[in-house]
Design a protein around this ligand. Structure first.
Ligand code: NDP
Length: 295
């Protein structure tokens, strides 16, 4: 038996179990991504997706850990619950107050991580060669995804990072939280998303990142075209939901990318945290993109 195979065997000879939990979860591509990663190491893993009812996260996590579960990915709406659940967490999860990856230790403790920010940066900076240092960045949305990426984005020293949200108080809370951690002079500010619906209020930025879920709930593009003309755009959504990415191209964005690369990159970080093996992401991005073109 290879060393990889030995690593995937849990206590009592059972394969280590992994899971992604969310509500809803049917759309998740995480099982196929993690199976593709494992296959690169001539291995296979037990990775399921589980729909957990709101309010039931902690009970499910306890049950999963008791049953031999080793690793969990967490998605909407449980990243905050996961942060409250874990015994300790990494710097990005602590800064975000949100956890998307959990390791259940054999000593019964749990550790939380947030890999969304590293996933975004790896996709934008490495795959798409966008050097964010010194750029003015507008991020629309102030939910769990934005919370996860602010600290990593600040770490690459943008000239400005503006968070615009439909519910202004959520953007303001994020700004206040990071200023209290890092100091009042960090280049982070909040904006009412409604102001960006009017062309005359288009801020002068280099990069626009969509981290709203408007496309999933039948909403309209929430900003005026003048906000994206001449900018580099990035849509955290992917597949049919990447409406912002496609719209931005039509409005004259210099470049526009969807969030599939981020999805695979954040998963690769989770895989590494669990198994100490860093998978190649490019073939997995290509395979999923090819499968989505037939969706
Ligand atoms: P949340 O539910 O935590 O937040 C949703 C955000 O979208 C809020 O800021 C909300 O505003 C805003 N929003 C929802 N509908 C509208 C609308 N019609 N007009 C304007 N704003 C709207 O979700 P997440 O932050 O976790 O995820 C956001 C998006 O990012 C999702 O599409 C998700 O799939 C994607 N994502 C992609 C990842 C990847 O790896 N590619 C990783 C994580 C997320 P308000 O506060 O006012 O309600």
């Amino acid at each position: 038996m290879s060393r990889n195979k030995i690593e995937s065997i849990g206590k009592g000879g059972r394969r280590a179990q992994y899971v992604v939990v969310g509500h809803p979860i049917a759309h998740s591509r995480s099982p196929e991504i993690h199976q593709a990663f494992a296959a690169q190491f001539d291995d296979s893993i037990d990775y399921k997706k589980v729909d957990v009812a709101p309010g039931e996260f902690a009970a499910y996590a306890d049950e999963f850990a008791r049953g031999g579960g080793r690793g969990m990915n967490v998605t909407v709406p449980f990243k905050g619950d996961a942060y409250n659940y874990v015994d300790r967490c990494d710097v990005h999860a602590a800064a975000a107050g949100a956890v998307n990856t959990i390791v259940f230790g054999e000593d019964g403790t749990s550790a939380g991580y947030n890999t969304d920010g590293v996933g975004l940066l790896n996709d934008m900076q490495q795959r798409h060669s966008i050097n964010l240092a010194g750029l003015r960045i507008l991020i629309i949305g102030a939910g769990g995804a934005t919370a996860g990426v602010i600290n990593p984005l600040l770490n690459v020293h943008p000239a400005e990072l503006i968070i615009a949200n439909r519910t202004l108080s959520r953007a303001e809370n994020l700004v206040e939280h990071h200023k209290s951690r890092l100091g009042e002079d960090i280049p982070l500010s909040a904006l009412d998303l409604a102001e960006l619906g009017a062309a005359k209020r288009a801020p002068r930025v280099d990069v626009v990142i969509n981290a709203t879920s408007f496309a999933l709930n039948g909403g309209e593009i929430p900003i005026a075209k003048e906000c994206v003309t001449g900018t580099i755009c990035y849509d955290m959504s992917y597949g049919p939901a990447a409406l912002f990415q496609r719209w931005a191209v039509e409005q004259g964005a210099v470049k526009s990318f969807d969030g599939l690369g981020m999805l695979v990159e954040q998963a690769a970080q989770s895989f590494y945290i669990w198994r100490k093996q860093m998978p190649q992401t490019e073939p997995v991005v290509a395979a999923i993109r090819a499968s989505m073109s037939g969706d």
